[in-house]
Ligand binder design. Structure first.
Ligand code: ADP
Ligand code: ADP
Length: 224
């Protein structure tokens, strides 16, 4: 069964604006999936519904078989979310930020796991530094470490390279592949087609709240 199943999900915001119209999507474990679409297409709305921070108007979301509406805690614990904006306690150390986040999910401390995470993200040498001392690229990596702190199955990256220079963008691409190699399913949003092609195994093209097509990256260029 897919690790994530989105069934006929629709969203109309309180002001009457319809941001999603009957979106269906199934993501397999270990995939890197890119949601590609222009600003306003509905990418963040879809991610927010799957992560449980926005309620859907109709439809169903199953995360590893758990219904996000009925069984929120079980579903949410399988998801790590890296939002667009960096949101960190700048006075906390890197280590404390990540271990505290793990605790919020009710997981037992696992220093060996956090060490491996910080090493994978090239943050180990900075573990005792406060966030305020870090560069922008490092802060982004701390956001990723925080999102992975509770060992989720799926990592969502909302516009991971927005406002990021070319060098850091390539680092992010490399990092995403490394995470996949560790068995994490990665779902990212982007409005750059090159980024979708470079990073993802499959791409879903979304516009005006509709998922227009889902293709393997190798077939995408022929369709667009
Ligand atoms: P994307 O991430 O693809 O840029 P979003 O999901 O953020 O798109 O937004 C999709 C559309 O929904 C946009 O037109 C946006 O203005 C609108 N929208 C987002 N949040 C709200 C809200 N809380 N109330 C009303 N409209 C919203
Ligand atoms: P949420 O997932 O609810 O947004 P956060 O992980 O951002 O929660 O953290 C919740 C609160 O804990 C925030 O006020 C944050 O500043 C604070 N916090 C985060 N890391 C630490 C830490 N290492 N020590 C103390 N407070 C922390």
């Amino acid at each position: 069964p897919p690790i994530l199943s989105v069934r006929a999900v629709a969203k109309t915001y309180k002001n009457g604006f319809t941001a999603l119209r009957a979106v269906d999507l199934a993501i397999e474990k270990g995939e890197i999936f890119a949601l590609l679409g222009p600003n306003g297409a509905g990418k963040t709305t879809l991610i927010s519904i799957v992560c449980g921070t926005v309620t859907m108007t109709s439809g169903q979301v199953l995360v590893d078989g758990h219904d996000i509406a009925r069984d929120y805690r079980a579903a949410r614990s399988r998801i790590g979310l890296v939002p667009q904006e960096i949101a960190l306690d700048i006075f906390a150390t890197v280590w404390n930020t990540v271990s505290f986040s793990r605790g919020l999910f009710g997981k037992r401390p696992n220093p060996a796991y956090i060490e491996s995470l910080l090493r994978d993200l090239s943050l180990w040498d900075k573990r005792n530094s406060r966030v305020i001392e870090l560069s922008g690229g490092m802060k982004r990596r701390v956001m990723i470490a925080k999102a992975l702190s509770h060992e989720p199955d799926i990592l969502f990256l909302d516009e991971p390279t927005a406002g990021v220079d070319v060098g850091l963008r390539r680092d992010m691409w490399t990092l995403v592949r490394k995470l996949r190699d560790k068995g994490v399913t990665v779902i990212l949003t982007t409005h750059y087609i090159e980024e979708a092609e470079e990073m993802a195994d499959r791409v879903g093209v979304i516009d005006d709240g509709r998922l227009l097509l889902v293709e393997e990256t190798t077939h995408l260029m022929r369709k667009l």
